[in-house]
Design a protein around this ligand. Structure first.
Ligand SMILES: Nc1ncnc2c1ncn2[C@@H]1O[C@H](COP(=O)(O)OP(=O)(O)OP(=O)(O)O)[C@@H](O)[C@H]1O
Ligand SMILES: [Mg+2]
Length: 235
């Protein structure tokens, strides 16, 4: 059954510097609750820009984006930050863990920002999430001491700590080898099947795209109709 959680309607964005440039062109799309969607397209086609808008980090566009029935631009700054902290988890290619903080501290940060749990509750939840991702034994290490694959798993744990309804990723496996890419994919699939998490990811990775429920292609800031898909293998 279709149950939309992300609805973008006629989203258009223009950069004016250095020259006027239409980076997003009348984008309309819907992602359903529990769906695993990947966004593909050539370099410079507008994927990251679109992800910033869809994930509420950027609200400077024409058109409308609703998440879970809420028009993102109807929220003031504080409500938007609360909404984002409670609804959305982010996993990026360069995971931006704080290198001098321990793994546990890194994972607890978004929960601290949200401020709903006691320290004990946060720690318990963080440890549970780290264990699900197979890195609980690394909890007290500084994050800079971990391997790339381990760091990426910690970044996923951090994205999950507030139990977000939607996980956004921009090339989350971009700097990982095949083995760690498979691992991250398995984890994302598990989140989808076991927790009905909605996942929207940008990827160039064919292996990744193949495991999604649906592929949305974008080219020159427009959605490519279904019958003429951009194939990631053309990269
Ligand atoms: N702040 C900005 N000002 C002006 N132009 C920008 C800005 N940010 C991005 N662009 C331009 O918008 C276009 C789309 O950029 P975007 O980062 O969304 O592409 P992408 O599809 O994510 O590419 P890649 O696969 O290389 O990450 C590019 O041509 C880029 O140069
Ligand atoms: Mg990008």
């Amino acid at each position: 059954m279709n149950d939309p959680i992300i609805v973008a309607t006629n989203v258009t964005k223009t950069f004016t510097e250095p020259v006027e440039f239409n980076v997003l062109n009348d984008i309309s799309l819907t992602v359903n609750r529990g769906e695993f969607v990947v966004l593909v397209g050539p370099s410079g086609s507008g994927k990251t820009t679109l992800m910033y808008a869809l994930s509420t980090l950027d609200t400077d566009y024409d058109g409308k984006i609703s998440i879970d029935g809420v028009d993102i631009r109807s929220l003031d700054r504080d409500s938007l930050a609360d909404f984002r902290n409670s609804m959305i988890g982010f996993v990026f290619q360069f995971h931006y863990l704080l290198p001098d903080f321990t793994v546990l501290q890194n994972v607890m940060l978004p929960a601290q920002r949200r401020g709903l749990l006691t320290s004990e509750e946060m720690e318990e939840r963080a440890m549970k999430t780290l264990s699900m991702l197979g890195v609980a034994d690394q909890a007290t290490k500084r994050s800079s001491k971990l391997s790339g694959g381990q760091q990426q798993r910690v970044a996923i744990a951090r994205a999950l700590i507030n139990e977000p309804k939607i996980i956004f990723g921009d090339e989350p496996t971009g700097n990982l080898d095949t083995k760690n890419t498979s691992l991250v994919l398995d984890i994302l699939n598990e989140l989808k099947t076991e927790f009905h998490q909605t996942i929207l990811m940008v990827t160039h990775d064919v292996q990744f795209a193949r495991r999604a429920d649906r592929i949305i292609s974008i080219r020159d800031g427009r959605i490519v109709p279904n019958d003429e898909h951009y194939s990631p293998s053309q990269d």
